[in-house]
Design a protein around this ligand. Sequence first.
Ligand SMILES: Nc1ncnc2c1ncn2[C@@H]1O[C@H](COP(=O)(O)OP(=O)(O)OP(=O)(O)O)[C@@H](O)[C@H]1O
Length: 201
Amino acid sequence: MRNAVLRLSDVACMRGGRMLFRHVTLDLQAGGSALLTGPNGVGKSSLLRICAGLLPAFAGRVDMRGGIALTDERLALDSERPLLKALGFWARLDGVVDGTLERALDAMALLPLAEVPVRMLSTGQRKRAMMARVIASDAAIWLLDEPGNGLDDASLDLLGAAISCHLAMGGIILAASHQPLPIADHARIDLRAYAAEAEDA
Ligand SMILES: Nc1ncnc2c1ncn2[C@@H]1O[C@H](COP(=O)(O)OP(=O)(O)OP(=O)(O)O)[C@@H](O)[C@H]1O
């Protein structure tokens, strides 16, 4: 992970025929993190999806070195399967080494729920399951959409520990959040400053 890079150069986003933002520039190197802020609809999730390659940028460039893991509001886990097996599907695709998944579950205090079907998990437990999927992916670049939503204080502490550990290993984190996140030293992008209407006004 030590050579991870996420670089945005003059990125613009158009959705539904409307220019959301433009001229977004960011340079994150190994161990670097940034927090995306701004009101509902400003385009935080859209920017994360552009970084993940799920949405084309209208203009500009996204350059990266390192694998990508994205969490958003979609759980992307088979609801009928026990948690460990549902996460195992992704672990096999990611080709992670034995024990990685168990360590990720442990990091999110989910080992006691390993055999519980995903559909029975509470909101906060689901959110922790999404983080376990990200941790187990071994991806260098974490794109986190509202990772603290629905988490209690103890779970926020677990999230903070996972984030610190990832950055200490040379990972990169770009997170969108309406609430403060437990990231010690991060760049901050308020997308309002890049809104097309703000510039045109
Ligand atoms: N598939 C789509 N087609 C067209 N417009 C879309 C699509 N998805 C989202 N949008 C619009 O893009 C804008 C930005 O949405 P986005 O989800 O990126 O905002 P956000 O800053 O993450 O908001 P929130 O804080 O509510 O999560 C919104 O106006 C939304 O309606």
